[in-house]
Design a protein around this ligand. Structure first.
Ligand SMILES: Cc1cc2nc3c(=O)[nH]c(=O)nc-3n(C[C@H](O)[C@H](O)[C@H](O)COP(=O)(O)OP(=O)(O)OC[C@H]3O[C@@H](n4cnc5c(N)ncnc54)[C@H](O)[C@@H]3O)c2cc1C
Length: 436
């Protein structure tokens, strides 16, 4: 028998567990650990609440959790409740799938002013992440800005621009829906250091902006290279650019009170305000020979009392695990960190790719594990029983699959009309549900 610990129950953790189960069958026990009593990582706390069809991927993960060789052990934070070295004593292999939950810093003056928030915080706030339940982003101004040109920036801008009615069927958390109902924001500027060709936004997410009830996308046609330049683009990307060009060719709909303004070639240089964010000073850029943004020296001001930076994420370092400071992830070679220690998903490759990208990643890492300790081989490690004994001596109470189900059922049972669930937003609330 082999015992494997997969740390993190997001997509990467679940795909790895699925692959390990396929490779080892009843020759292994696989424990998926998570710091929270409920699983799914960014499927629960990141993917937008108005994108329910994407969240349905969790049904596949449920099947993995229900399979005979796999257990969920929640409410255990690795690096705090138990170290990686201790896990390696208890398990044959430890696979770190802890994602990249920290916002990258802008590195400009004024970014610590009230009103400036990272996208992990903002997204966590509207998705019911316990750490960000109290964020209270300022929504009383008229102007907001989102810094970044990826899908996360689009998610933030779209959530700010939607009406109450448009959240029907979503699982946006109640406190965010109430706050957004009272929002005064009418202009959301999306700032990108480079041009339309350099965006990392996908067609589906961009296309949605053309159908918003209360907001029009505004794009300046002068920002685009000549149309022939689109021919060299990869088809999906070309589609995104075609959608953007379509927005540029469509006048703003005056019957809609909100504007989502794409400001390309705009590099934030500082944030100013009297005790809180009021303005971003932006430098106009152009592309250099290598396609990087080069400042032109011309600056201007973008008003914004809420500023969301959506410029990427990093994995937090964990004691005893080699760390790649520049990449903001664990130092690893194709998923291998060291003897019996592996990384997968965003913790392995950094914060890029879709949910599906984590599948081949998980399968690849499971193959590495199987090559290092072939199915059929065995060891005398204690696995889950040893883990639980150790945690008990530390007063840590892990949760299991039944606890997770009880929490989910309770959330669904207390859902508002039109919402699939009403999420618990504090760890204490989860534990209360379990009678602890
Ligand atoms: C805002 C946002 C929106 C997105 N929307 C989409 C989308 O619409 N479509 C799409 O395809 N992709 C989307 N993605 C990307 C997708 O979410 C990621 O590709 C995927 O979640 C990465 O999986 P992961 O398992 O590596 O990390 P995560 O999903 O972050 O999972 C990490 C898990 O590890 C746990 N953990 C962290 N630290 C510890 C610790 N110390 N001890 C124990 N457990 C720990 C966490 O609680 C979490 O459950 C989005 C990403 C973001 C940020």
């Amino acid at each position: 028998m082999r015992h494997f610990a997969v740390v993190g129950s997001g997509p990467a953790g679940f795909y790895t567990a699925e692959a390990l189960e396929k490779a080892y069958g009843d020759q292994a026990r696989i424990d998926i650990l998570d710091r929270y009593p409920v699983p799914y990582g960014l499927i629960r706390f990141g993917v937008a609440p108005d994108h329910q069809s994407l969240k349905a991927v969790s049904k596949r993960y449920d099947k993995v959790a229900e399979s005979a060789g796999v257990d969920f052990i929640g409410n255990v934070t690795v690096g705090r409740d138990i170290s990686v070295a201790e896990l390696l004593d208890l398990y044959d292999a430890v696979i770190l799938a802890i994602g990249a939950p920290h916002d990258r810093k802008l590195g400009i003056p004024g970014e610590d002013l009230p009103g400036v928030v990272g996208s992990a915080e903002f997204v966590g706030w509207y998705n019911g992440h316990p750490e960000f339940a109290d964020l209270d982003p300022p929504l009383d101004g008229t102007h907001a800005a989102v810094i970044g040109n990826g899908n996360v920036a689009l998610d933030c801008a779209r959530i700010l621009s939607k009406t109450h009615h448009e959240f029907e069927g979503s699982d946006i958390v109640g406190h965010a829906l109430d706050a957004l109902d009272g929002s005064g924001i009418t202009t959301i500027t999306i700032l990108g250091r480079r041009g339309p060709h350099q965006i990392a936004m996908t067609p589906k997410e961009l296309g949605e902006l053309g159908h918003l009830e209360a907001a029009s996308p505004i794009v300046d046609g002068a920002d685009f290279p000549p149309p022939e330049a689109d021919e060299a683009l990869e088809p999906g990307h070309r589609k995104s650019i075609t959608i953007l060009r379509g927005f540029a060719g469509t006048p703003a709909d005056d019957s809609k009170p909100k504007r989502m303004v794409f400001d390309f070639f705009a590099k934030p240089v500082r944030i100013e305000g009297n005790g809180k964010a009021q303005t971003i000073v932006v430098e106009r850029t152009e592309l250099d020979e290598k396609g990087a943004a080069r400042g032109t020296g011309e600056t201007y001001e973008v008003p914004a009392s809420l500023i969301i930076s959506a410029i990427g994420y990093s994995t937090p370092p964990v004691e005893g695990v080699p760390y790649d400071e520049r990449g903001g992830k664990f130092l690893n070679e194709n998923g291998k960190i060291g003897d019996r220690l592996y990384a997968v998903g965003w913790a392995r490759r950094g914060p890029t790719g879709t949910i599906g990208t984590n599948r081949p990643d998980g399968y690849e890492v499971a193959e590495l594990v199987a090559a290092d300790m072939p199915p059929g081989s065995s060891s005398e490690r204690a696995g889950a029983s040893g883990l639980k004994q150790l945690l008990a001596t530390r007063g840590v109470m892990p949760t299991d699959y039944d606890d997770w189900r009880k929490i989910e059922e309770t959330e669904v049972a207390r859902a508002r009309p039109g919402s699939p669930r009403e999420k618990f937003v504090r760890v204490e609330h989860w534990l209360e549900t379990l009678g602890r």
